[in-house]
Design a protein around this ligand. Structure first.
Ligand code: PEP
Ligand code: MN
Length: 340
């Protein structure tokens, strides 16, 4: 059970409420949501339930059943715009994040940064700690990759997004990146989510390969409940029975999520498609469906890429996608975000 406190609760009401909760043995954990103070009752809720609405200082009582109260539109009916540096994600602008799957060397990340900036992207994506299915695959350059990534982003006036694989990497990545990515394999890594909740950095949370929307929203709830309001969701395809595509891009989910949550929803067509030729059509469809932005993998020489080459767009293909997006986005009431 969740108690939403009155915005103008008096010190006297607060003391009386605390005394009543203590007397009932209820354990209350405080949160802030949409400017309101919320108490989540963890035990003893049944003892206060019958008269919860008339407890001193309580404005509303909500069932905890929904679970993702902070992520839901219950307390925050309007869309939330997440600030990442000077960029705003979730409002009228559509934000493009482009870059390589993994940072490989200086020339590669420089070529990607130039291509991303030239195509209207605000964010340079790229992993330096890579979650690879095989232990024999390239695992990323680590700290050296972060350094090259930051320098390339700065040269082109771009923001930097990099993946955090575990709690140990967090301080290193958070020290240089503007936006921290949680990969689909880590969506339910709760200790990592808790650490990111406390990090104060914006987080892009990818939907797990076989996660329901509710599980995605509950994972987001960990970040929000941990005190981090800057959360962006990302659809990147789910596992299906059909191996023709790498994953199945769940665009219905983009529409549903926008109804279920006030948080921005971006789409990654690259990991869903797994094939270069399918990326632009899926990207166009995502824009038309109301996504708040895209994550697109690019590479100056995909045949030599150390990871995910087959799905990487060439710089000129990203430029062509930009032109398509500019024509499609008015349908969704959005415009491609300008340089920060
Ligand atoms: C990525 O974006 O580099 C990545 C590894 O994606 P995902 O977690 O969606 O597989
Ligand atoms: Mn990749």
């Amino acid at each position: 059970m969740l108690l939403v406190l009155k915005k103008d609760i008096t010190p006297g009401e607060r003391r009386a409420l605390e005394a009543r909760l203590a007397a009932s043995g209820a354990l209350a954990r405080p949160f802030r949501a949409a400017g309101a103070e919320v108490l989540a009752l963890h035990s003893g809720a049944e003892r206060v339930a019958p008269s919860a609405a008339s407890l001193p200082g309580v404005d509303r009582v909500l069932p905890a059943g929904e679970g993702y109260l902070l992520a839901s539109r219950e307390l925050s009916p309007g869309a939330t715009e997440v600030a990442v540096g000077p960029a705003r994600i979730g409002g009228p602008s559509f934000v493009l994040a482009a870059g390589p799957c993994a940072v490989e060397d200086e020339a590669q990340i420089e070529a990607c940064a130039a291509a991303a900036a030239g195509a209207g992207a605000l964010i340079l994506r790229g992993g330096s700690y890579k979650p690879r299915t095989s232990p024999y695959s390239f695992q990323g350059l680590g700290e050296e990759g972060l350094r090259l990534h930051r320098a390339a982003a700065d040269r082109h006036g771009l923001l930097m997004m990099s993946e955090v694989l575990d709690r140990e990497d967090l301080p290193r990545v958070a020290a240089v990146a503007d936006l921290l990515q949680v990969g689909s394999r880590n969506m339910q890594n709760f200790p990592l989510l808790q650490a990111l909740g406390a990090s104060g950095k914006p987080v892009l949370l990818k939907r797990g390969l076989a996660a329901t929307r509710e599980e995605l929203l509950l994972a987001a709830e960990y970040l929000l409940a941990g005190g981090n309001p800057r959360v962006i969701l990302c659809e990147r395809g789910v596992r299906s029975f059909d191996p023709a595509l790498r994953h199945t891009l769940d665009l219905g989910s983009v529409v549903l999520l926008k109804q279920m949550t006030h948080l921005p929803v971006m789409v990654d067509p690259s990991h869903a498609a797994g094939r270069r030729d399918l990326v632009p059509p899926l990207a166009r469809a995502a824009a038309a469906a109301g996504a708040d932005g895209l994550l697109v993998e690019i590479h100056p020489d995909p045949a030599r890429a150390l990871s995910d080459g087959p799905q990487a767009l060439l710089p000129e293909e990203l430029l062509a996608l930009r032109a398509d997006l500019e024509r499609i986005l008015p349908v969704a009431g959005k415009t491609l975000g300008g340089s920060p």
